[in-house]
Each structure stands twice: as C-alpha cells, then as structure tokens.
Design a binder for this molecule. Sequence first.
Ligand SMILES: Nc1ncnc2c1ncn2[C@@H]1O[C@H](COP(=O)(O)OP(=O)(O)O)[C@@H](O)[C@H]1O
Ligand SMILES: O=C(OP(=O)(O)O)[C@H](O)COP(=O)(O)O
Length: 398
Amino acid sequence: MAKLSVSDLNVKGQRVLMRVDFNVPLDNGRVANDKRLRAALPTIRYVLEHGGRLVLMSHLGRPKGKRVPELSLKPCAAALESLLGQPVAFADDCIGPAVDRAVETLANGQVLLLENLRFHKAETDNDDAFARALAGLADLYVNDAFGTAHRAHASTAGVTRFVKTCAMGFLIEKEVAYLGDALASPKRPFVAILGGAKISGKIDVISSLLPKVDRLIIGGGMAYTFFKAKGFEIGNSLVEPDKVELAGNLLAQGGDKLVLPVDCLCSDQFDFDNRTVGPLIPTLIDAIPASGSGLDIGPASVAAFEEIISGAKTIVWNGPMGVFEIDATAGGTYAVARAMAAATEKGAITVIGGGDSAAAVEKAGLADRMTHISTGGGASLEFLEGKVLPGVAALTDR
Ligand SMILES: Nc1ncnc2c1ncn2[C@@H]1O[C@H](COP(=O)(O)OP(=O)(O)O)[C@@H](O)[C@H]1O
Ligand SMILES: O=C(OP(=O)(O)O)[C@H](O)COP(=O)(O)O
C-alpha cells in the first residue's frame, strides 16, 4: 500500500515532528562523516521552506537507556547548522517541560533538534507513554530515518499510534523506490554480493535471497565459515563456529548459484587495531596454512567476480571483500566497486547497502557512479530479504 509523502502535507505553521537517522560517526565531538545528515536535507529543507515548525529527533549509538555524554546529538546540531545555513536550536532532552517550551517558541521555518532518544530505555522498548509524550510535540509526523526503519521503536512505530497524519520523507521514499524496484522485477542476471564480518547478521538474508537471484557471491570474512563447513583448514581466518552447520546447509541449498572465492590473500601476521599486516601470499582456499588468515579475496577470485559482475543487469552489494581499512587488503573490495561502476555505465542497476561498503565506495571515489547507495545497512538487508520495515508500515496509507 502506498504511504503518504511529506509532499502531500500542508506543513505551514504546523509542528512537524521528524524522525531522522543522525546515527553518524563522531570524532572528538565533531561529526566525522555527514552523509546521513546530507541525506536528510531534502526533507528538512522542504518542511522549512514551506513554513513548518520542524522538530528533529534521532538516536546516536546504543547508550542503552543511559545519558552518555559522548553520544549527545549536539555535534549534529552544529553540523546541520552549517549545512542548512540557518540556526539549529538544540534541546538537551527529547521529552519534558523544557522541550515542550522549546517547541512552542519555534516560529515557522525554524528548526529544533532533540537530544538522543536512546538516553531513554523507553525508546527501544517502544513504550506507549514515551511514544505518547513524543507525539505531544507533533501536529504532523514524518519519518525519514531509513537506516532505522527496520526497528519498531517508540520514535519509528509507537508514535504513529498517537499522531493522526504520519508521512514518509523523501529519503525513505527514494530508498524504498530503488530497493523495491531492484527486487520487484529485477533485470537479469540478478547478482547479490555479500561480504563483511558479521555472518550472523547476514546469514538469514542468504537463504531468502537465494531463490530470487541468479548468482550470490560471498566474499570477505564471512566466506571462511563456509570453507570451514566444507572441511577446509582456515587457519586463523574469521569464523563463526555456531554458524558452520547452517553454512553447510546453505551450500547444499545454493548449489551453483552460490559463488565463493577460490583464493585469498593470506598472512600469518595481522593486527587490526594497529592496522598492520605481514607479507600477503595469494593462496588457494584449500591450502591455507594453520598459521594463516585470509584477509582479502585473491587474484583468481577477483577475476571470477569481475566476470560475473560485468554480465549482470542488477547487482546489490553489502559488505567488503576483505579488510579494506588496510590498503594492502583493500584491493578485492575496490575491484568489486570498480566492476560495479563499469556495470552501471553499461546500464546495470547497482545498489550498495551497509556502512562499510558505502565507505569503501566513497573512498574509491566511485560513489556517484552507482545507481543507489543506501543509507541503511541492516534496513536495506531486511528490505532485500522481503521483510516489512516497521517504520514504513506504520505510516498513514495514501
Ligand atoms: N577476511 C576478513 N577478515 C577479517 N575481517 C574482514 C574480512 N573481510 C572483511 N572484514 C571486515 O568486515 C568489516 C565489515 O563488515 P560488516 O560490518 O559486516 O559490513 P557492512 O558494514 O558493510 O555491513 C570490516 O571492518 C572489514 O575489515
Ligand atoms: O546505523 C544504523 O544501522 P546500520 O549500521 O545497519 O546501517 C542505524 O542507525 C540503526 O542503528 P541500530 O542498529 O543501533 O538500531
């Protein structure tokens, strides 16, 4: 069912409570990457230019119901102020009498950012009283927090029970359109590429994506759990022992659709914290020594993956192919990024999800050569799995 859009609302003079995802990396009290702030700008500007009284709310990190000063959203107010070129007021809580007063004094076209919602445990509990208190700040509710749309929290789901008109912002609209189009009737061959470290967060996606895709490439740290399931020596490579059995089942289920690396760059010295790695040796996957760690895909795998990508018409990618934070083991990730950029130029639809893959694509200078880079990692994966996103489902039908 289509949802109401912010462009359907008459916001003039109205208190517009907008959920955004300002869960951004901070460095010494400053916003280190403002991608998520910039992604919310079209909706923010739209409301302000149309005379809305805008109240922004977000979470930052996982403070688990406690006030953690390092996770204050205040740095986001400063960053947003310079992006918007107008003052952004800041309230040092998200509910309470002081917040009510700050909202009441907002004039048309002015904006206020509330403090981190997750300083209240009631936010992640989706607590009714807390949701009702947030709703008390709103004449209209807008959700533009795509990165958090897979969470049924008070600010994404609960609040919609107490505000009559709940619309999606332009970012959610765009994300859902791109990801939905990619999956609804994908141009084929349809290839999914999964990598990264968190197999437990992604293994469910594999089983639900397998019937939908033509090929599913698995790279990065998560591949070694599959090699373990095949009975290979994986040395000190990343593994999730309690997922080995499931990986074995997926190998049987996936057959030829599932494409794993044939080789890796292996080293017997690796220190992630200090970003150092010893000499790297291209090694066949069944020849990893007990002292070695597979840290990137090897040259034969790069060539095989490039060939599949170059023939694909729809490609979704989540998770780097190796430890891309270290230059020596970033080659596989950049090779995939370049192959996807080339495929885009030949007319393929290319979608990137996941903070690290998006960062790698940006670092490679290829961000504007992809069809769409999602602002949500977990959210885009759940969407691709075919799950309903609670933050979208809760909005008013058109
Ligand atoms: N072979 C590998 N060994 C160890 N870590 C890896 C390997 N490949 C990728 N990684 C790590 O995976 C992390 C990203 O994983 P993940 O959080 O699942 O991706 P995303 O943020 O894109 O969803 C990166 O820090 C990267 O260094
Ligand atoms: O950064 C986020 O998720 P992501 O890393 O999966 O993109 C979102 O802000 C959601 O945060 P959460 O996973 O703490 O609920």
